[in-house]
Ligand binder design. Structure first.
Ligand SMILES: Cc1cc2nc3c(=O)[nH]c(=O)nc-3n(C[C@H](O)[C@H](O)[C@H](O)COP(=O)(O)O)c2cc1C
Length: 247
């Protein structure tokens, strides 16, 4: 076979492709466990950060020891043993404030307990912003209505505009705000513009983000959905009425 024959060129190209594909496959399979471990660690770090518990000097695993996860059936508001997170519920369009169309029937929630008493409950929330679905957590104090932390770990809003939902100064305005009024309605929302501290509803209001009114509206809407009657409200109401977090 001459050096430049078509057959030789194709054979060499084929062998190069074969060797490379073997390398890539071995790397992908060999690193799969490590990738899953890193993803889990990243998720735990996000939960700790949003709940304002994260200490960068200590390992995530060690800090996560006081957090336990439980699966909650949203319709009944009860803890469930089996996570049927794969089973989906179609949200009636009139109730779909978060713009997500479907959600899992059960959600994984995170409890922070110290010596058997609940310190915080951390709830996953997500919904449409202007350009993207925004994924985050809201942490509540033991009264189940005072916010102890809030933030997003994934979104595709514009940096400098909607992306300011990651701004630390803005996120620092959430702890201490309240979710429900005396009638049990979700009142927590982001305003357009600053909060007037003398307003009767100031405890439920968070300053707006300039240039990000549409993203901020998405934040208010997803909170209204997830903390409302079609989201975690039946679960939180059950806990408040003395159900406790242990079966
Ligand atoms: C390229 C581009 C990207 C934008 N990205 C966002 C965004 O991520 N979130 C948002 O709320 N508004 C975004 N806007 C601005 C909206 O179009 C709208 O002007 C803004 O939400 C109004 O906010 P304001 O009332 O605080 O000015 C963007 C505008 C442009 C031109």
């Amino acid at each position: 076979m001459s050096r430049d024959s078509t057959r030789k060129v194709l054979t060499v190209a084929f062998l190069v492709c074969l060797v490379c594909s073997i390398f890539v496959s071995v790397a992908a399979i060999g690193l799969k466990d490590r990738q899953e471990q890193n993803q889990e660690e990243e998720k735990r770090r996000n939960i700790l950060q949003i709940a304002r518990l994260y200490d960068p000097a200590r390992s995530v695993d060690e800090q996560f020891k006081k957090v336990s996860s439980r699966s909650v059936d949203l319709a009944s508001g009860q803890f469930t043993a089996a996570s049927d997170a794969g089973s989906l519920y179609a949200i009636p369009p009139a109730k779909d404030f978060a713009g997500i169309k479907v959600r899992p029937r059960s959600m994984e929630v995170y409890l922070v307990e110290e010596e058997g008493s609940l310190q915080q409950i951390i709830l996953p929330v997500y919904g449409k912003g202007l350009w993207s679905t925004m994924y985050g957590f809201i942490a509540l104090a033991p009264d189940l209505t005072t916010v102890s932390g809030f933030g997003f770990y994934q979104h595709g809003e514009t940096p400098g505009l909607g992306g300011e939902i990651d701004n630390r100064n803005w996120l620092a305005r959430w702890p201490g705000k309240r979710v429900y009024n005396e009638q049990g309605e979700v009142k927590l929302r982001v305003l357009k513009g600053p909060v007037d501290a003398t307003h009767v509803e100031a405890a439920y209001q968070v300053d707006g983000l300039s240039g990000a009114t549409l993203t901020a509206r998405g934040v208010s809407n997803l909170l209204a959905y997830w903390l409302g009657e079609n989201g975690y409200q039946p679960f939180l109401a059950g806990l408040r009425q003395g159900g406790g977090v242990r079966p």
